[in-house]
Design a protein around this ligand. Sequence first.
Ligand code: CA
Ligand code: CA
Length: 314
Amino acid sequence: MSSFILILATVLPTAFLLKSLVDEKTAVNQMMIADFNNKIKDLDSLAESLQKLETSSLLRDAKLTYLENQLSALKQNKTNSDSIINTKVENVINSWEEDVSKVEDMTQCLACNPSIPTWSSNSYTFNVKESVTVGTVIGKLLSNVCTGYGVSVAYTMYKGFNFTINKVTGEIITATSLDREKQQRYEHIVSATVSCTEKTSKSQNVSLAINIEDVNDNAPVFTNTNYNVLVSPSARIGEQVLSVTAIDRDENENGQVQYEKTPESVPFKIDQQFGTISVASSFDSSVYNFQVLAKDGGSPQLSSSANVTITLRE
Ligand SMILES: [Ca+2]
Ligand SMILES: [Ca+2]
C-alpha cells in the first residue's frame, strides 16, 4: 500500500500539472486534449492495478523521472510559440502510450500468471544453403512474450539434431554440416515456454520448416571409368557406336551435364546433350583412344572424365 501511496503522491500531481498546462493553451487541438485526458485516465487505472502488486521501486522511479523531465521541458518552452508547446504535448502523449504499454506488460509479469505464449507467425520457414558452416544462425523465432520481473521464456526444439535453438534468443543454428543431396527439407516443432518463479509454466508450439538450397558441390560422375567397344570397319558416318553417361547429383543447372571429347582429331563425335558417340569421318587406324568429359552448368563449373577405346573388328 505504501508504494501505491507514493505513486499517487508523485505520478498523479505530475499528470495533473501536465493537464493543466494543456488546458491553458487554447491553441492546442481539442482532440489532442481529449486524448491527453484519456492517458491520464489510463494512468489512474494503472495506478489502481499497481496498488495490488509489489511494484518495483526502480521502475517507478524511472517512470517518475521521465515524467518530471517532460514537464520541465514543457515549462521551458511555455513562453515560446503554441506550435512548440503543441509538439511537446504530442511527444508526451506518444511517449506515454509507450509507457502505458510497458506498465501493462509489467502488470502482467508482476501478476506472475503467465498467459499462453503467442508466436509472431503461425509457422516459420527458413531457406539455407547446404554449404553453410556449423554454428550459422539461419533465422530467429520470436514469441510475443513479456519477460523480466520474474517471468522468463525458454525455447526448445523437438527432434533437433541438425539444428539447435538458442534457448534464450530463439535463434535457429546449424549443428551439423548439411547436404541437400541427402536431405533437402527438415521439419521441426518448436516450443516457447513461459514460466514464473515457483509458479506454473505454459507452453505453445509452432512448426518450423527448413529448406536446404543447392550448392554445386558434386561433379558429374561417369557410370564407367573406361569404355571399350568393338566397331565394324564398315560403320557409316553418323552411325552410333557407344553411349556414355555421367550423373550429377546436384539440382537444376548445377546438375545439368554436357559432354565433350578430347582430342578433337579422332573420327568420332559426341552428342553434347545425350553423350552418344557416333562415326564422324572415315577410319585411318584400327584402334582409337580418347577421353570424354562431363561438365556441369554450375559456377564454378565441375567436371570429370572417362577413357574410351574403340577398336575396329578384324
Ligand atoms: Ca554439379
Ligand atoms: Ca549440391
